[in-house]
Write a protein that binds this ligand. Structure first.
Ligand SMILES: [Zn+2]
Length: 220
């Protein structure tokens, strides 16, 4: 599947191991994709969905298994409203990167299973917790036949407190093929989303769903 798709070289660095991770699309069309990590969550996934619906935007949601377990209807809503679901581990544990590859694989499989139970589909896209790919994560990725997804534009929405600062950061250098990383667990993200979407469109950018931007199927 990799060989069919052209990507800019983009790597997560982990001491001496590298794995090719998809961080952007190789396009000169003014198209970008939005991704939201760490949900589904009562705050603020439903509100983010409402904004996306209002502006007719489809996005990718990288969901945490244990959060899906607690919010099954919400995951179904995300899926039913035309967004795609990716795997973002089961626990998003602080020490995830220290787990054995077998334990990581078990987490990813558990998350796939819940997603499959709710949507009937098994995700292909996996975004590692904290964006780290070490040798064990790499093994788990290969073992589960995932396509590892990164980003080209990290919003830092979990850290930046000032809306204007955040907006400036994410809009000043948008490039064709960019993949934006947000969190649907952050109020600031919800607050800036309408202005951000309108701003992108004013600059002539189209927001397309991640799988369409990359021309890769999101599910097996
Ligand atoms: Zn995360």
């Amino acid at each position: 599947m990799y060989s069919l798709v052209l990507f800019y070289g983009c790597y997560f660095i982990s001491s001496k191991f590298f794995i090719q991770t998809v961080c952007r699309a190789n396009t000169d069309k003014k198209e970008i994709a939005l991704s939201f990590d760490d949900g589904p969550a009562q705050n603020y996934t439903p509100q983010v969905l409402q904004v996306l619906k209002t502006y007719n935007v489809q996005a990718a949601f990288f969901c945490i298994g244990k959060h899906i377990e607690a919010n099954k209807d919400l995951l179904k809503q995300v899926y039913d409203e035309g967004h795609i679901i990716g795997n973002h581990s089961y626990t998003h544990d602080t020490w995830f990167d220290l787990f054995s590859s077998a334990k990581m694989s078990a987490e990813l499989a558990a998350t796939d299973n819940i997603i499959k139970n709710i949507t009937g589909r098994k995700p292909v896209f996996f975004r590692p917790p904290y964006g780290v790919i070490n040798p064990n994560v790499k093994k788990a990725i290969i073992n589960g036949n995932y396509i590892p997804l990164g980003w080209s534009m990290r919003s830092y929405d979990t850290m930046i407190r000032d809306e204007k600062k955040l907006l400036k950061r994410i809009t000043r250098s948008v490039k064709p093929g960019d993949i934006f990383l947000f969190h649907d667990t952050c109020k600031i993200t919800l607050n800036i989303l309408p202005i951000f979407i309108q701003g992108l469109r004013q600059k002539g950018f189209r927001i397309v769903r991640l799988d369409k931007l990359l021309q890769i199927n999101a599910y097996e």
